[in-house]
Write a protein of this length. Structure first.
Length: 413
C-alpha cells in the first residue's frame, strides 16, 4: 500500500515524498492508521525499521497548523543524540507545514531552548531531566499535550529515567494519545504501560530478536594480546566507508581512538564523559565523512541513525545479548547492506554463546588470512580453550571460505 492511502494529510505526504520514501515500512503500515484513529500504540520493532516516521507522520498530520499555546506533541528520548536525531527527522517531515519543532536536552545552555519554547513549539523532542528543569522554571507547560511518545522506553529504564518519566507524564493531560516503543517489555515498563496508556494495541514487527537480514556478521577469535593488532589489520583490509567501533568502557573507547589516530585513521569518539559539544562534533563529523571511524560506547550510540555505516566492529563483545542487536543495527539500516565484525577472546565465549542463543543463530568464526596469529587453539575444534566451542559452523553469505578463512575485499579508500 502506498503512503497516499494511509490517511496522512497532503502536506505531510509532500514531506514524505521530499524525503525520498516511496513505500511505507511494515511498522509504518501498521502504526500510522492506528495513531490516526486515536489508538494508543505499543511498538516493538528493530532499530532502522522507520519507527520515527511511524509515529511522527500521523501525529504531524493530526496537529495540522501551528498554535502558539504550548507543545501539543511531546517525544521523550533517553539520550541527547536521539532527541536531536528525532527532532531533525520531524522537522524534515514537517517542512511544508508551519508547525514549530524544537529539541530540549541537558549539557548545553538554557538560552536557545528558552527562546524557542517562548516562541511556541508544537512539537518538543526532549530528554527527561532537562525537560523537568524547564517545567520547574516555568519556561514550559505540558497542559496542552495531546500526543505523548515514550521512545526507547527500556533504555530509559536502564538509565534510571523512569521516575522522571512518570513525573512528566503526570504533567500531561489525561485525555491524550500515547505511544511507547521498547525492544523489550520488562515488568517496570509493563507497569508504566498500565498506568500511562489507554487500551493500547501492540505492534510487533518481525522477530524481536533477529538482526536485520541485510547484515552479514562474523566473529574473529584472537588472543587478548593481539586484539588491537587484529583491529588494525581488519581496518586496513576492509573496504569501508565508515566504521563504528564499539568498546565496553569509556576509557577503552578513548584508548582505541588514540591507537587508531596514531595509525592514521580519521577518528572521532562518542561516550557520555565527553562534553555535549564534543559529542555533537563527533557525530556531525562522522555523518559528514570527516571522520571515517567512530569509536563509541553502547549508551552513546543506541538508536542513532547514521546513514551509510558500512561496518560495525565490536572491539569488545557486548555483555548483554540485546546490545549486540542494537550495535549491529547501526549498519544494514533500512535495508542497506552492512557487515558486522566481532572480535572475541577466549573469555568472551559465554557472552558469545548467550548472543547466539538470543538471536537463534550461529555466528561464523573466521580466521584472517595471513595474519600472524600467536595462538590458534581458538580455532581448533574440540580443544580446550577453543572459543568456538567446537564450532566449525555453516557459513552463510558466501564470503567465507573453508569455514575459517576470510579475505575481506580490497583495501579501504
Ligand atoms: P528509524 O527506525 O526511524 O531510525 O529510521 C531508520 C531510517 O530509515 C532513517 O534513515 C529513515 O529516514 C529511513 N526511513 C524511514 N521510513 C522510510 C521509508 N518508508 N522508506 C525509506 N526509508 C525510510
Amino acid at each position: 500500500m502506498p503512503f497516499s492511502k494511509l490517511g496522512l494529510s497532503p502536506v505531510i505526504l509532500e514531506g514524505v515524498k521530499a524525503m525520498g520514501y516511496t513505500d511505507p515500512t511494515p511498522i509504518q503500515l501498521r502504526a500510522i492508521p492506528l495513531v490516526l484513529a486515536g489508538t494508543d500504540v505499543i511498538g516493538s520493532a528493530q532499530t532502522g525499521t522507520g519507527k520515527t516516521a511511524a509515529f511522527a507522520l500521523p501525529i504531524l498530520s493530526k496537529l495540522g497548523k501551528h498554535q502558539a499555546a504550548g507543545p501539543r506533541a511531546l517525544i521523550l528520548e533517553p539520550t541527547r543524540e536521539l532527541a536531536s536525531q528525532v527532532e531533525t527527522a520531524i522537522r524534515d517531515y514537517a517542512r511544508f507545514t508551519d508547525l514549530k519543532v524544537t529539541v530540549v536536552y541537558g549539557g548545553v545552555g538554557y538560552g536557545k531552548q528558552n527562546d524557542e519554547l517562548r516562541a511556541g513549539a508544537d512539537v518538543v523532542a526532549a530528554t527527561p531531566g532537562r525537560l523537568l528543569d524547564h517545567l520547574e522554571q516555568g519556561t514550559l507547560k505540558l497542559d496542552k499535550v495531546e500526543f505523548l511518545v515514550l521512545d526507547e522506553a527500556d533504555r530509559m529504564l536502564d538509565m534510571g529515567f523512569l521516575p522522571d518519566v512518570r513525573r512528566l507524564v503526570e504533567k500531561c493531560p489525561r485525555a491524550r494519545h500515547s505511544a511507547l516503543f521498547s525492544a523489550t517489555i520488562p515488568p517496570a515498563i509493563e507497569t508504566l504501560i498500565q498506568w500511562a496508556m489507554n487500551k493500547p494495541e501492540t505492534i510487533e514487527i518481525g522477530a524481536r530478536r533477529s538482526p536485520a537480514e541485510t547484515i552479514k556478521h562474523v566473529i574473529y577469535p584472537v588472543s587478548d594480546s593481539q586484539k588491537t593488532d587484529l583491529l588494525l589489520e581488519l581496518l586496513n583490509r576492509v573496504n569501508y566507508n565508515s566504521v563504528l567501533v564499539f568498546c565496553r568502557t569509556k576509557h577503552g573507547a578513548d584508548r582505541i581512538a588514540a591507537l587508531l589516530k596514531r595509525n592514521n585513521h580519521a577518528v572521532a569518539v562518542l561516550h557520555s564523559n565527553r562534553t555535549q559539544k564534543e559529542r555533537e562534533q563527533a557525530l556531525e563529523g562522522f555523518r559528514e565523512g570527516k571522520y571515517e571511524v567512530l569509536v563509541a560506547t553502547d549508551i552513546a550510540a543506541r538508536g542513532l541513525d547514521i546513514a551509510d555505516v558500512s561496518h560495525v566492529v565490536n572491539y569488545d563483545v557486548p555483555q548483554h545479548p540485546e546490545d549486540y542487536i542494537h550495535r549491529i543495527g547501526r549498519t544494514g539500516r533500512a535495508e542497506a547492506t552492512g557487515d558486522a565484525f566481532t572480535i572475541m577472546i577466549a573469555e568472551d565465549a559465554p557472552h558469545v554463546f548467550a548472543i547466539e542463543r538470543f538471536i537463534s543463530q550461529k555466528i561464523p568464526r573466521v580466521k584472517l588470512e595471513n595474519f600472524n596469529y600467536t595462538y590458534t587453539a581458538l580455532f581448533e575444534e574440540g580443544k580446550p580453550g577453543a572459543a568456538a566451542g567446537g564450532f566449525p559452523g555453516k557459513v552463510r553469505g558466501g564470503r567465507v571460505h573453508g569455514g575459517y578463512h576470510f579475505a575481506p575485499g580490497g583495501r579501504r579508500r
